[in-house]
Design a protein around this ligand. Sequence first.
Ligand code: ADP
Ligand code: NI
Length: 229
Amino acid sequence: MDKKKIKEIIDQTENFVKETLSKDSTGHDWWHVHRVINLAKRIAKEESADIFIVEMSALLHDIGDYKFFNGDEKAGSVLVRNWLSSLDIPASIVDKIAEISSQISFLYTLPDEKVVAKKNSSITPCKELMIVTDADRLDAMGAIGIARAFTYGGNFKRSIYDPAIKTIKFVSKEEYKTTTAPSINHFYEKLLKLKNMMYTKLGRKIAKRRHRFLKLYLKEFFKEWKGKL
Ligand code: ADP
Ligand code: NI
């Protein structure tokens, strides 16, 4: 595909994504997608990956989110596939983008049942999937990750913190979807785990800094909670 055509497809997809996400208020806004694209493209350059596949998958990664379909993990991929088939892209590339964009969620790393935490998938993800996954996870860390966690929590009527509600160590898919725990618990159930889940070299480097900031934030939070600061 030539440069002009690639730009056209990306612009059209960008408009489609903006339009679809404008109906959401769970923190899956356009600016999250925008940040994920920028980070993913930066990592893609380092990894010599296919930038078109990375950008398209990043653009579409939250469109099919189960949260928009009452928890249904499959419904979203139909929407993504329909969009891709309306574009002039070779079928093999459509397949790849559809597959990648449907596999990015943190949810897919969680076990279906409450068993000891293990990775669900035993297959090695392709380079482009690793890159977009790292970029998506990085946006849940650091200063922006903190803002997103409390926005998400507030949206679902979660409190900031409650010492009586303990964090769960091994979260299953069902628990992740239905938890009503305070937002601070989410740091222990997900955010602090992300650093060790990075696939790429640059991802690991950026995650290290964002992880440090998460820990510093929690340290200050608990000191303030006890009235020590
Ligand atoms: P993913 O894109 O990996 O599926 P989610 O859609 O679950 O991630 O989360 C979107 C954003 O909301 C992330 O920043 C995430 O950390 C945050 N979030 C998800 N679940 C909770 C929760 N129970 N409490 C607070 N924040 C949450
Ligand atoms: Ni996302």
